[in-house]
Design a protein around this ligand. Structure first.
Ligand SMILES: *Cc1c(COP(=O)(O)O)cnc(C)c1O
Length: 353
C-alpha cells in the first residue's frame, strides 16, 4: 500500500516545501501530474473570468496558455514576442491601459527553449498598478532565478533546475490568486480544478490519508530534490546557475559568436541560446557539435535567423558543462576554442559562489 511507503503527513510538508521554492505567496496545491497540467488547470480557472486576460506569448508554452484560456471562454489579449525578446513592462502597461479591467496577466518567467528571462517583478508591479493579478509559469526559472516577488499564482515543477521528477508540480497562489479561481466549484472533482485539489488535500490531511493514489516514487523523488536544494541553499544554487550563464556567454563572445539574448540580465541562467553564424545551417552546426560531445539543439527558425540552445541546469550548472559545450560549439563553428575556454573560466571564477 502506498500509505505505508509514503506517510500522509509528509504530503503537506512536501507541498509546502515546493511552495516555498515557488515564492510562497500563499496556500499551495500539489498536482499529481507534470507541470503542463498545473498550468492548464490555472489557465482553465482564470479563463472563466468574464473580464479580459492578457497572455504574454514568448514560446510555445505561452501559445498553449492562450489556447487554454480561450477554451475556458476568456477574452484574451496577446502580447506576442519574438523568440528571445524580453517582455517590455511599458508595452504591458500600454496593453493594460488599452484593455481596462483586465483580470490577470499570464507569463512565463524564463524560457529554456529561447533562453530569455522576463523582468517579472517589473511586470507584476505594472499589472498590480492596473488592478490585474499575475500568474507565472516558473518551471524553467525556479532554482536558477529568484522566485517572482508578489505574483498571485506561480507554478513550478521539480524537473529542471531542481533536479527532481517530472511527474508532479505545485501551484502557489496568494489570496488574490485564489479569488481569480472562485468561479470554479471546489466540490467538482477534476485535475483541472485547483480549488478542488486544494480542498481534497485539506480533507485528506485532516483524515490522515493521502489524496487520491499518488505515485509514491514521484513523491519520494520530489522530497529528495527539495532536501538537496535546501542542503545546498537556494541562494547558492541560483548563484551556481548565474555563474554558468556568465561562463557560457563570456566564452561565446570571446570566440566571436553572438548570444541570441543580447542582454545578460534577460538571459535565462538555465539555458543559453546562440545565433547560428552565416554560412552554416543550424542542424549541421548542431550535428558537428554533437559529434564531439556537445548538446546544442536547434531552436525554432525566426525572421532574425536561426539559433541553437544548450541547457545547463541542475546538476549541469557547472564550469565543466560550460567548457564542454563551448569546446564542442567552437570546434563545430571553426571559432577560437582557446579564447572561449579561457574567457569562460575567468567568468566562472569571478562569479562562482
Ligand atoms: C519545461 C517547461 C514546462 C513544463 O513542461 P513539462 O512538459 O511539464 O515538462 C512548462 N513551462 C516551461 C516554460 C518549461 O520550460
Amino acid at each position: 500500500m502506498s500509505e505505508t511507503l509514503f506517510p500522509p503527513d509528509r504530503y503537506p510538508r512536501l507541498t509546502d516545501g515546493l511552495g516555498r521554492l515557488a515564492g510562497g505567496a500563499g496556500p499551495s496545491v500539489l498536482v499529481q501530474a507534470e507541470a503542463v497540467v498545473a498550468l492548464e488547470a490555472l489557465a482553465h480557472g482564470i479563463g472563466r473570468s468574464e473580464r479580459p486576460v492578457l497572455s504574454i506569448e514568448s514560446s510555445r508554452y505561452g501559445r498553449l496558455t492562450s489556447a487554454w484560456l480561450r477554451a475556458a471562454g476568456a477574452r484574451v489579449t496577446v502580447l506576442d514576442l519574438p523568440d528571445g525578446e524580453p517582455a517590455d513592462p511599458d508595452r504591458v502597461d500600454a496593453l493594460l491601459r488599452a484593455t481596462p479591467a483586465t483580470a490577470a496577466v499570464l507569463l512565463t518567467q524564463a524560457e529554456v527553449l529561447t533562453g530569455v528571462a522576463h523582468p517579472v517583478d517589473d511586470i507584476v508591479a505594472v499589472a498590480h498598478h492596473h488592478g490585474a493579478a499575475v500568474a507565472v509559469d516558473a518551471v524553467a526559472a525556479v532554482g536558477g532565478l529568484a522566485a517572482p516577488r508578489d505574483a498571485d499564482a506561480v507554478v513550478i515543477g521539480p524537473q529542471k533546475a531542481l533536479d527532481g521528477p517530472a511527474g508532479l508540480s505545485v501551484a502557489t497562489l496568494s489570496d488574490r490568486g485564489w479569488a481569480l479561481l472562485d468561479r470554479q466549484d471546489d466540490t467538482h472533482a477534476s485535475v483541472l480544478n485547483l480549488p478542488y485539489l486544494r480542498r481534497a488535500a485539506a480533507e485528506s490531511a485532516a483524515a490522515g490519508t493521502l489524496p487520491g493514489t499518488p505515485s509514491v516514487p514521484e513523491l519520494a523523488a520530489a522530497e529528495r530534490a527539495v532536501a538537496a536544494v535546501e542542503a545546498e541553499g537556494i541562494e547558492a544554487r541560483i548563484a551556481r546557475h548565474h555563474a554558468t550563464r556568465a561562463a557560457v556567454r563570456a566564452g561565446l563572445l570571446a570566440a566571436g559568436l553572438t548570444p541570441w539574448v543580447a542582454d545578460e540580465r534577460h538571459a535565462n541562467p538555465l539555458a543559453t541560446t546562440v545565433a547560428v553564424p552565416p554560412g552554416v545551417a543550424a542542424p549541421e552546426l548542431a550535428d558537428r557539435a554533437a559529434a564531439v560531445g556537445g548538446h546544442w539543439a536547434v531552436g525554432d527558425s525566426t525572421p532574425r535567423g536561426a539559433y541553437l540552445r544548450v541547457s545547463h541546469y541542475g546538476r549541469h550548472a557547472t564550469l565543466a558543462r560550460a567548457l564542454g559545450e563551448l569546446v564542442a560549439l567552437t570546434h563545430a563553428a571553426h571559432a577560437d576554442t582557446g579564447a572561449a575556454a579561457e574567457a569562460a573560466a575567468d567568468a566562472w571564477l569571478a562569479a562562482a559562489p
